[in-house]
Design a protein around this ligand. Structure first.
Ligand code: UT7
Length: 335
């Protein structure tokens, strides 16, 4: 159990304006709206403009979260940015965000945990906020369109761009982050990877000609893993806090595939109405997805003070992360 209660004080999200529909993809690869909809639940996704990078959406989401928390940028004591598509390998995108928000002299670093990124960052940020850092800004952002192969129909229909952010800080006892479950199984790393661009296969004409700068995924393997850990990790956080799935008002799962979400709901014996779903409108935004979904939930007015909320993510690593929150509603800025 946390030493002192830390929870979400404010939340925000930012997605690109440009929409890429299933009909648009039908013109690019051999696919159909019918296949994409029935196999994934995705209808459209948002795609960043050429000049836009992860930091642009991170800054927008973070600004909204800071405002929603009723704070000023100078109140932020640490920035953690979860991403697999930083503006550049270094410096950390968190440092670029820090500079653009005008935040001085606070620690800022990136965290790579694939689609589990937002929840991983939330877990790390909670620990930090229980220590020396009162207000921790946590961001999940990805611009997957930059690493998506638009000649590969098995992946290009899935991904989109966007950012979610949350400000963590002190909340009354009994509220906030009640339990987390983080995990990884590196033996499955090969199932979801970006082969080139790192120190193993630095970018070269050869890696580019082999299209290794794009996501490679064994979809079925990841699907099986996802279904398994969505159930097991959710059960772990619930057990840690002594809460039953029936007591949870909202599940905010990583938005990868409607069938994965339905399968988790089924395995947990929870009606789909309690799962937040926006994969139809944004596709899979990796580190962005859970923050974007939580922001939509909070702004829809469907979250009430004291509600139990489970965040659950899975993806590259293969890694997973869950968090159980008891929602603290400040009331002033929502809606
Ligand atoms: O964020 C975490 C990371 N990612 C995930 O969570 C993704 C997890 N995996 C999945 O969501 C699913 O495995 C996919 C949506 C990626 C694929 O669905 P699937 O039901 O596992 O399909 P499949 O890969 O087994 O392919 C079935 C068929 C194949 O044709 P054949 O071999 O049966 O003739 C594919 O070639 O569907 C074909 N196919 C397509 N057809 C039309 C694959 N992609 C497409 C497409 N349009 N876009």
């Amino acid at each position: 159990m946390p030493r002192s209660a830390v929870g979400i004080l404010g939340i925000g999200a930012a997605v690109p304006e440009k929409v890429l529909t299933n009909a648009d993809l039908e013109k690019i690869v051999d696919t159909s709206d019918e296949w994409i909809t029935t196999r994934t639940g995705i209808k459209e996704r948002r795609i960043a403009e050429e000049a836009e990078a992860a930091s642009h959406f991170a800054v927008r989401a973070a600004s909204k979260a800071i405002e929603d928390a009723g704070l000023m940028p100078e109140d932020i004591d640490m920035i953690i940015c979860a991403t697999v598509t930083p503006d550049m390998p270094f410096p950390a995108t968190a440092c670029l965000v820090q500079d653009r928000l005008g935040i001085k002299n606070v620690p800022a670093f990136d965290l790579s945990a694939g689609c589990s990124g937002f929840t991983y960052a939330l877990a790390v940020g909670t620990q930090m906020a229980q220590g020396d850092y009162e207000h921790v800004l946590v961001i999940g952002v990805d611009i997957l369109s930059r690493i998506t192969d638009y000649s590969d129909r098995s992946t290009c229909v899935l991904f989109g761009d966007g950012a979610g952010a949350a400000v963590l800080g002190p909340v009354p006892e009994g509220y906030g982050v009640l339990a987390v479950d983080l995990g990884a199984d590196g033996s499955g790393a090969e199932h979801l990877q970006l082969p080139a661009g790192g120190s193993l296969r630095p970018p070269s004409l050869k890696t580019i000609s082999q299209r290794e700068q794009y996501i490679k995924m064994a979809g079925r393997e990841v699907f099986k893993f996802a279904v398994r850990v969505m159930e097991s990790s959710t059960k772990t956080v619930l057990e840690k806090a002594g809460i039953s799935a029936q007591d949870v008002s909202w599940f905010v799962p990583h938005q990868a595939n409607i069938r994965i979400i339905e399968s988790a709901a089924n395995r947990l014996s929870v009606p789909m109405e309690r799962f937040v779903v926006n994969v139809d409108r944004y596709g899979n935004t990796s580190s962005g997805s859970i923050g974007i979904a939580l922001d939509e939930l909070a702004r829809s007015g469907s979250l009430s003070d004291g509600d139990y909320v489970v965040l659950v993510g899975f993806g590259a690593g293969l890694a997973w992360a869950s968090a159980l929150l008891r929602w603290y509603e400040r009331g002033e800025n929502r809606g």
